[in-house]
Design a protein around this ligand. Sequence first.
Ligand SMILES: Cc1cc2nc3c(=O)[nH]c(=O)nc-3n(C[C@H](O)[C@H](O)[C@H](O)COP(=O)(O)OP(=O)(O)OC[C@H]3O[C@@H](n4cnc5c(N)ncnc54)[C@H](O)[C@@H]3O)c2cc1C
Length: 484
Amino acid sequence: MPIRGPSEVVIVGAGLAGGLLATFLGRRGRRVSVLERRPDPRAEGFIGGRSINLALSARGIDALRRVGLAERVLADAIPMTGRMMHSPAGALTYQAYSKNQSDAIHSVSRSKLNLTLLEAAADMDEVSLHFEERCAAVDFDRPYVTTENDQTGQRRQWPCELVVGADGAYSAVRQAMEARPGFDFSQSYLSHGYKELTIPPAERCGVDPKRYDGFAMEPHALHIWPRGGAMMIALPNADKSFTCTLFWPFEGDLSFDEASRVGVRTFFQREYRDVLGVMPTLVDDFERNPVSSLVTIRTSPWHLSDRVVLVGDAAHAIVPFYGQGMNAAFEDCVSLSHCLDKNVTQGEALRAFDRERKIHADAIADLAIQNFTEMRDKVGLPRFLFWKRTEKFLHRFFGGWYTPLYNLISFSTVPYAFARRRACRANTIVVGVPIVVLVVVVLAVLAVFSLVHWAIAGVVGVGAIVLVSWLAHLAGEGREIRIP
Ligand SMILES: Cc1cc2nc3c(=O)[nH]c(=O)nc-3n(C[C@H](O)[C@H](O)[C@H](O)COP(=O)(O)OP(=O)(O)OC[C@H]3O[C@@H](n4cnc5c(N)ncnc54)[C@H](O)[C@@H]3O)c2cc1C
């Protein structure tokens, strides 16, 4: 395809962030070229390697709505209004995410969503998409991107005013930035990996199709098999199948290594008995599908030389346990296009974007790791269920003041760090107030029995403990109160 003259913006990566950002910038009249290393999915069918489906929630929907794509994407999505926990004995416990029936996260197909974004971008005269163009180098000063076609070896240069690295967790643009002084980068891997498996539609696994509208299990829930240290989840697909994801340690108890040693069927018979009957392709899937790593990536700054900037996983890859990586990447697109619009110079815009997004990306990275412990170890425990019921009660009756952290993250667009701080403060009050009431009651009883000196000692001692822990929580913005 001929290049139509220099672009204002070159976006490297036609994944989820790259596709959406091209649409945002194109609608603002900027000439955009998108360079993608893979073949064109519109011609080839999708060949992406990452998760098959994703949970889209309020932040992602808000971003899609701004470019008129939300309705189209939601038309094919399956809303999930709660978690369905599966115990080792096969008992099911359903827990709604919210008091509001309309609050749901939406299971969408990654390939279909990517296609929708690319079609929307390609519809604009301002945007051109170029496939089989792998970014091989970036010149930060002029700037331009050099690409290489992996089939033909042909190299091309793409001059522009702004390079956007939307090329995912192992970004080539970021790797080029890492060589520059003053650029911080860290990556940390979990000791767990992930592998995807399939539960086919009901009729293909011996379940009465009428029972769950053609699915083998309840479709409007995110299914979780928490096993303490490991877990499996399943999200529904539009074709009535489920995609299951194993999040298991590589080695040790309940690990990929153990499952391979004892045999997959035997392992599932022991740990995930209730789904064995609906996974006819279990052994094949397990052998065929790879185990992939889970990484958290942090970078700072997200921009360099006023001409190059990172968005999405390239800037902040996070583990998937809050279902927010794509949602956060979509928020980046909203923020970057807004910053480019409202700032006079490109340098100011990139600095404003960094300031606006970085603290929130860091917050959701921490929360995603915390949520892994919650999902794999706690969701089945009575005290967790009690805490969730308490949260729901408070949300129902004190909704103006109390919103659970999960709801703030998944069903609102309150920026992540503010959501975490707000939930942390509210939880501190929820735990602190009963303690204070208890102390007052004990003191009143002591006073009634004229044990005044005990009462004074009690006031000072307990008051000090409450005050110190309260202050610690308020100061420790990063820590939400765990389940009591
Ligand atoms: C198992 C799993 C489950 C997940 N579930 C959820 C979920 O439920 N909800 C959610 O919000 N998020 C989820 N995520 C996170 C989500 O997948 C990512 O945050 C999202 O894909 C980031 O989009 P991106 O465009 O930044 O990167 P990507 O989607 O990875 O896109 C990067 C693109 O750049 C291209 N590229 C790479 N290198 C080059 C190069 N050198 N030159 C040219 N092109 C290049 C790639 O081919 C790709 O098309 C999940 C992630 C995983 C691993």
